[in-house]
Design a protein around this ligand. Structure first.
Ligand code: NAD
Ligand code: TYD
Length: 336
């Protein structure tokens, strides 16, 4: 049985990954999460009592905690999701992005190196490649050219991971996925934010002209790709993950309004994000060809499933948007 340390497993993608592992794979999971504003134990409801899952509240920057968990639970693999993950927050406060995304990853790498573990999987992002014009796609050979403090911190972490492979022989993989959507995503990110605002008849704040393009992937399909890499990839390989679902933001917003049954009059164009990347598009042919992975749903199926999930889980949504989130929302959007 594999014994995996998942970091950030109470966040959006991490919690979906832990659920998938416990449902579908025979492995033991230690889940280390600091429970920042983005971490939520409700995302793991029904899974916290499993005898194959040990949740620990703690910081990946804490060498003592990381080392003792790895020794106590005889960890053979690390899947590192833990991160500050929101571009807008990295613009207003970049420092914590370096603390967690760079120094936290370094701390995990040192622990992994010293214990010669079987695999270190770094969950990265297509945003490390920068922005595309109207043509072309990111391949694994595209040079890293990050534009935001968030993507710069993720690119720095990627480089540390590969340097540990080169210098110390660490057995690693890096995955770079496009924008995820699905259940349990914190509603500061575009899709759940727009759903929540539409439900509550609030304006939908579209940055700039709304023609920025993202390449959307259903979160469960990201999780199956990560498992493929963890269980089948050769060490040292980097994989792009994406489902060929390029959409302009306005197109997604209109789809949400239609499904929720609200008028397009709720759309409000607001001041653009500084340094806003225009377009992301992922070439995932290496992942599909070498590892035989493919997404299970189209965007059209996944987005309907996602909107309906938020509509059916209003308590989850209202719990998450109460408290601190209100002051975040006011400071980010009022007067914009
Ligand atoms: P998220 O913000 O929803 O979750 C991050 C989790 O990490 C939270 O549970 C938080 O409590 C935890 N965390 C933060 N700092 C920590 C620390 N110092 N120690 C321990 N835990 C800490 O993020 P997400 O959207 O689930 O993204 C997960 C990972 O996937 C990130 O590394 C992100 O860069 C990457 N990624 C995200 C997307 C996307 O579209 N969301 C796409 C590609 C890659
Ligand atoms: P986001 O979900 O923050 O992901 P990322 O910036 O990492 O791609 O944003 C997705 C797109 O939606 C991005 O082009 C910015 C845009 N956006 C808005 O137009 N309005 C919003 O309120 C938010 C949060 C994002």
């Amino acid at each position: 049985m594999r014994r995996i340390l998942v970091t950030g497993g109470a966040g959006f993608i991490g919690s979906n990954f832990v659920r998938m592992l416990l449902d579908e794979q025979d492995c033991f999971v230690v889940n280390l999460d600091k429970l920042t504003y983005a971490g939520n134990l409700e995302n793991l409801a029904g899974y916290l009592d499993s005898d194959r899952h040990k949740f620990v509240k703690g910081d990946i920057c804490d060498a003592g905690v990381v080392g003792s968990l790895m020794d106590e639970y005889k960890i053979d693999s690390i899947v590192n999701f833990a991160a500050e993950s929101h571009v807008d927050r990295s613009i207003t406060g970049p420092k914590i992005f370096i603390d967690t995304n760079v120094n936290g990853t370094l701390n995990l790498l040192l622990a992994a190196r010293d214990r010669k573990i079987e695999r270190f999987l770094q969950v990265s992002t297509d945003e490390v490649y920068g922005s595309l014009g109207s043509e072309g796609m990111f391949t694994e050979d595209t040079p890293l050219s990050p534009n935001s403090p968030y993507s710069a911190s993720k690119a720095a972490a990627d480089m540390l991971v590969s340097s540990f492979g080169h210098t110390f022989g660490l057995r690693y993989n890096i995955t770079r996925c496009s924008n995820n959507y699905g259940q349990f995503q914190f509603p500061e990110k575009m899709i759940p934010l727009m759903i929540n605002n539409a439900v509550n008849d609030k304006e939908l704040p579209v940055y700039g002209d709304g023609l920025h393009v993202r390449d959307w992937l259903y979160v469960y399909d990201h999780c199956t790709a990560l498992w493929k890499v963890l269980s089948e990839a050769e060490p040292g390989e980097v994989y792009n993950i994406g489902g060929c679902n390029e959409k302009a933001n306005l197109e997604v917003v209109r789809l949400i309004l239609d499904r929720v049954g609200k008028s397009e009059g709720l759309i409000k164009h607001v001041t653009d994000r500084p340094g806003h990347d225009r377009r992301y598009a992922i070439d995932a042919s290496k992942m599909m060809g070498q590892l035989g992975w493919k997404p299970s749903v189209t965007f059209e199926e996944g987005i309907v499933r996602t909107i309906d999930w938020y509509l059916e889980n209003e308590k989850w949504l209202s719990d998450v948007v109460s408290g601190d989130y209100q002051s975040y929302y006011d400071s980010m959007y009022s007067g914009r």
